[in-house]
Write a protein that binds this ligand. Sequence first.
Ligand code: CA
Length: 761
Amino acid sequence: MIRFLFAFFCLFGIAGPGNALQRDPVDYVNTLQGTNSDFTLTRGNTYPTVALPFAMHTWSAQTGENGSGWKYQYACDSIRGFQQAHQCSSWTNDYYVYSLMPVAGELRVDQYGRAAKFSHKAETGRPYLYSVDFDNGIRAEVAPVERGAHLRFRFPKGERAYVVLDGYTGMSGVAIDPSGRRITGYVSNGDIARRLGSKCWFVVEFDAPIRAFGTWDNTSGATVAGRLADDGKGKGAYVEFAPGATVSVKTASSYISAAQAEQNLASELGFHKHFEQTRDAARKIWNDHLSRILVEDDDEELIATFYSCFFRASIFSRKYYELDAAGNPYYRSPNDNEIHTGYYYTDTGFWDTFRAQFPLSCILHPTMQGRYMQAMLACKREYGWLPSWSFPNEAGSMIGNHAISLFADAWAKGIRTFDPAEALAAYYEEATEDGPSGPASGRKGWKEYFTLGYIPYPDMREATAKTLEYAYDDWCAYELARRTGNDYYRTIFGRQMYNYRNVFDPARGFMRGRLRNGSWVEPFDPTEWGGPFTEGCAWHYLWSVFHDPAGLSALLGGDEAFAAKMDSVFTISSDFKVGTYGSVIHEMAEMKMADMGQYAHGNQPIQHMVYLYNHAGRPWKAQQRAREVMTRLYSWSEDGYPGDEDQGQTSSWYVLSALGLYSVCPGTDQYVMGSPLFRRATVTMEDGRKFVIKAEGNSREAVYIDGATLNGEPLSRTYLTYDEIVAGGELCLQMSVRPNTGRGTRVQDRPYSVSLVADTE
Ligand code: CA
């Protein structure tokens, strides 16, 4: 009877009192979320990005020195420029940066002299607008377009007014056209420029008469008044306007050519006469984008955190293509520096983002995801290898051959814009060759992996982490081959996908480093970081069996032992040993700060772990822990993340989790259930269909799922399929303060594990 009444309420949409949003979704976003970071401790390593969704360029205020990865730090009190930015993380520098800075009174061009003091009280960080009132009386505003920005500088009355353009850390060229009120030029900085000698061409257009001008050199600080053009290392320009002027500045840039930069300016900003038009257009684009997930609740704090994270989940990967005069996409490849037709995307590390960023995109942006598949194969043709860590060319960072995860995941979800045989052949090369320098392309240790069944340590660094991630990648290839009837690759990779078993030590109950002769690396301490692991320890890597949690459970001794091991993660001390890192790295400090035992949500390896309670037949524990992580480790503030945000991954974890879902095993079509954060969430698909997640009686205490229906039918499973979500419909959950230990516990209720289904094919 209770179940019947519950279904009745769901059917007629009695969702509880007063849940409509008090503001538009975009105005909940705080782009300063996660900016309070430094080398030793990260609360996100983000910067106050002004950009359109997945746009080619973003813009940011710059507090750090030219070339510093910490381009904006909340603790700083002065800004030295507003720059075109592409950075994925503070741990990398940027590429193709140039900056603009308003200067009042005396002309100061260099990055120290021109820096202006500000306070956060006089600062606004929204996706469509960054604005700041400097202590010196200048107001600066930035609004985004896809390949440029519209800025506005208001100078204090009566004071001389300058705008300084800084050519940043590499070669640059400037040409001033005083009567045209323009500066054109290029910058050539970042790893891509060093490697290819490539350029980013820019156009800067002012709406006020230029009274005086000159060039300058940021290596010497010298200025040359009246000079129209210069070219060389760190060359820049300055222009002067009438005292007390308000100057609007339109700027756009191109990786293809100076002419294309003009085209980008004309097509994206040409019809915007006033700054407000650009700002308001960007606001509408973002509000429409963020309204794709409309949440209803009365917890304003959680709503602000949700939309701030959703914003961060909507920046990476970036478009790397431009549109020709006819509107067709083309790009200058970061791989071979040649012009190609089609779509291209970059600025993401799959080690981070295969986990949740792309599975979220599959739901919200399947068209873009389909284009992304083609771009990965284009990378293979241009570079020789599938992408792994793109910034914008292959950066060779981290481990794994995770491009196959994206292919398998897209195919499983019906995004079939690519030839699966081509993807599998590319992956086969990846898995059976050493690859070029750097650990990410190819598979160093592949012979040992195929013959011994694991990568030996210390012969190869990070050997056990690699064995685990390669075994998952091989399952992805197996699964893509299985789904596409490709018996050749299915046989090859089906043999390797259980290799995770070869680095499990049953005596100690952990994945461990293993010597070439088969014995375990001694001494062993599960809290010791590095060595055979990557940015983590044995407590974090035990769970990296995405495709076979049931197999992992069997290794550990069954459901009870599996769940008890997960419990221990939270109950043991968060003490750690620095291991081969030699000193404390920020991920260790963040685990300690989180104070959840060995649960290190500030880094990727363990981020899926709480959802594995579903695979152990204890879904209520997944529900409780997922909610605890959401409410304890995230906020909308400058301290908003428990570690590096990492190209949308840590945000996408939150967005999916807030819907009560998570992508434990990309490559399946499943989203595993947790505990939704809001009383009601409506996801609107690209084609307009709506999927509603109702959580009756939800609160910060009522985090447990007591009962569930999907489209009116009782649901005992602890996962949904992609098709169930994108078809539209309604998931209705009855929330409770007490766990329901009888729901979702049967083996047939549990999410995917390959060892449960492989013998039934
Ligand atoms: Ca990380």
